[in-house]
Design a protein around this ligand. Structure first.
Ligand SMILES: [Zn+2]
Length: 270
């Protein structure tokens, strides 16, 4: 990739995972095993920046999910401290539907200066449209965006139909449906999630599996203005994902929107 290709764009990576150094190896391996995909480096802040710098990423939405309610507090503090140490980080906290005090979790996320909530129903083993999960969305209100993992052919927790029900019950919730709305369930995603207000999409962990025509078609169907570029590091490397993305053949103006313009507008970054 020649620098000229990306130097004209401001590039945000709106889906990145980081873990504390002590557990980064184990956490990265466990994602790799869960998905049966070899990882592209370790999920650590420095490694993320090293990979993203190759394509000039200027902002990373960093997050991590709590597989048990007990981890929530540690993760939220970790993400907040990494954001304090890295001005290019834009942190989302997490919670767990089984948490004893969801209200306190959401309050903590706001108090720590985190900008949203990341949930991964398949890792966290809850139905995205369960009453417990609805309680989280209710507490999040209209300002705190939700980045939610969507889709897995092996499970039903985050199926696109469930994501649609979140939107139907919380039409004002600022929802980001990861992986073009349904990892390995892209047909269902397109069917369930097209044309919904307040629902955005990231293209992460999708481009390696879809033809450029199919991926571009989905982005067009959802609306170019509703899609964000994201890499899902450490699943993929930034230069590989950028290369795949550029094959989608959007215009420079469309690229500019997907790389950063849409996200800025969505979260209100000047
Ligand atoms: Zn994720």
């Amino acid at each position: 990739m020649t620098p000229e290709v990306y130097e004209k764009y401001e590039i945000f990576d709106t889906h990145a995972h980081i873990f504390p150094e002590k557990i980064a190896g184990i956490a990265t391996d466990s994602i790799g095993n869960f998905y049966g995909i070899p990882m592209n480096g370790m999920g650590m802040s420095e490694k993320l920046i090293e990979s993203g710098s190759k394509i000039g990423v200027s902002l990373y939405l960093v997050c991590s999910t709590a597989t048990t309610p007990r981890q929530t507090d540690n993760i939220n503090h970790f993400i907040a401290s990494e954001c304090a140490a890295h001005s290019c980080f834009y942190g989302f906290g997490t919670t767990h539907p089984d948490s004893e005090d969801l209200e306190a979790d959401i309050k903590q996320i706001k108090e720590l200066g985190l900008h949203g909530v990341k949930l991964h129903p398949d890792f966290q083993k809850f139905n995205a449209d369960s009453p417990e999960a609805f309680r989280i969305y209710e507490l999040m209100g209209e300002d705190l965006p939700l980045l939610i993992h969507c889709g897995d052919a092996r499970y039903d927790y985050s199926a696109p139909a469930r994501i649609k029900r979140i939107h139907e019950n919380f039409p004002k919730l600022k929802l980001i449906a990861a992986h073009l709305g349904g990892y390995q369930q892209w047909d269902a995603a397109e069917e369930c999630l097209t044309g919904l207000d307040n629902v955005k999409f990231d293209v992460s962990s999708s481009l390696a599996f879809l033809t450029p025509e199919r991926a571009a078609g989905m982005v067009r169907k959802y609306g170019v203005e509703n899609c964000f570029f994201g890499v899902d590091f450490p699943m993929w490397s930034h230069d590989d994902e950028l290369m795949r993305f550029l094959k989608l053949g959007f215009t420079e103006d469309e690229n500019r929107k997907i790389f950063s313009g849409n996200f800025k507008e969505f979260v209100g970054i000047k």
